[in-house]
Design a protein around this ligand. Structure first.
Ligand code: MEV
Length: 312
């Protein structure tokens, strides 16, 4: 049997902007998806998906998941015409939009295949395989999700629009930063939302330039404030990033309500994270006690709430 795992992630700054070559910051979170691969005599592959989920997530993503598995098998050069494999997915990462569930499963599967078929893949090859898997979920992934899932930590990520591998850096902070993640319970189609943003951008190039210029300054300042560190400033940047995402029309009232609830209960900043139009939001806490208070408050309005830390 081959086994592997991939981390969930939270985008702190830059979902959607990252698709167009602007820098983004994402944090790998502790929860993981696991995959195992067992050989079987019959050709082809079968999948048993035991991951916990927000209701309806797996059904909604089933076709994309099939395309994703095929892409990873092709990338890894695995021929299943004579004999096949059985894939089992598990782990504690709850499948929900915005937490990097698809990327985590791609990374986990690539690692399990690597182990079972002795492919000698290093992390950058695993990341490349997972990127192909992510393409099954939506045609033009930036690559930030699979990168955060493969390497973990706090990732500064830039996609190069002219092609070639993205640049990324793992940033170290001098203390952990506490984060609360809450789910609206709504599963969004990343492909549909990304396509919509692309259309709005193409229809309004001047508007896009203004928003993108402001975002670029914001993420540059946010990186400095995280490293320095000045968490109050980071929180302010998160709030403004949320407003910019509202301008992109990728937030929704369920996300806006949770974002406001977190701020009312002591968050230094809060924003939607990931695809949007459902999915998750995040809140930055000044300390552990406030993190617990924010999480308690969010439980009243969210489908699920998690706490995590990043940066060390
Ligand atoms: C999805 O987690 C993040 C998006 O920016 C898409 C991507 O980066 O591929 C919406």
């Amino acid at each position: 049997m081959g086994a592997g795992s991939g981390k969930g992630k939270s985008i702190l700054f830059g979902e959607h902007f990252v698709v167009y070559g602007l820098p983004a910051l994402a944090a790998g979170i502790a929860s993981e998806t696991t995959a195992s691969v067992n050989r079987k005599d019959t050709p082809g592959w079968t999948l048993e998906d035991n991951r916990p989920e927000m209701p309806g997530y797996k059904k909604k993503k089933a076709d994309e998941q099939r395309a994703s598995v095929e892409n990873i098998l092709r990338f890894c050069g695995i021929d299943l015409t004579e004999s096949g494999i059985h894939i089992a997915l598990g782990g504690e990462l709850v499948c929900a939009s915005g937490i990097g569930a698809s990327a985590a499963s791609c990374v986990a599967l690539a690692r399990a295949l690597d182990e079972e078929f002795d492919l000698g893949m290093d992390d950058s090859k695993i990341n490349a395989a997972a990127y192909q898997g992510e393409m099954g979920y939506h045609g033009t992934p930036s690559g930030i999700d699979n990168t955060a899932s493969t390497f973990g930590g706090l990732v500064w990520f830039i996609r190069h629009l002219e092609g070639g591998p993205p640049s990324f850096e793992i940033l170290k902070l001098n203390r952990p930063v506490h984060l609360v993640i809450a789910s609206t319970g709504i599963t969004a189609s990343t492909k549909a939302v990304v396509d919509d943003v692309r259309k709005t951008k193409e229809d309004n190039p001047e508007w896009w330039k203004t928003v993108a210029d402001e975002y670029l300054q914001l993420v540059t300042d946010a990186r400095a404030a995280l490293i320095d560190p000045d968490l109050e400033r980071v929180g302010g940047f998160m709030n403004r990033n949320h407003e910019l995402l509202q301008e992109l029309t990728v937030s929704c009232k369920e996300l806006d309500n949770l974002v406001a609830l977190a701020r009312d209960n002591g968050a230094l900043g809060s924003k939607m994270t990931g695809t949007g139009r459902g999915g998750n939001m995040i809140a930055l806490a000044p300390d552990k006690d406030t993190m617990v208070r924010i999480a308690e408050a969010l439980r009243a309005g969210a489908e699920a709430v998690w706490t995590t830390a990043f940066g060390l």
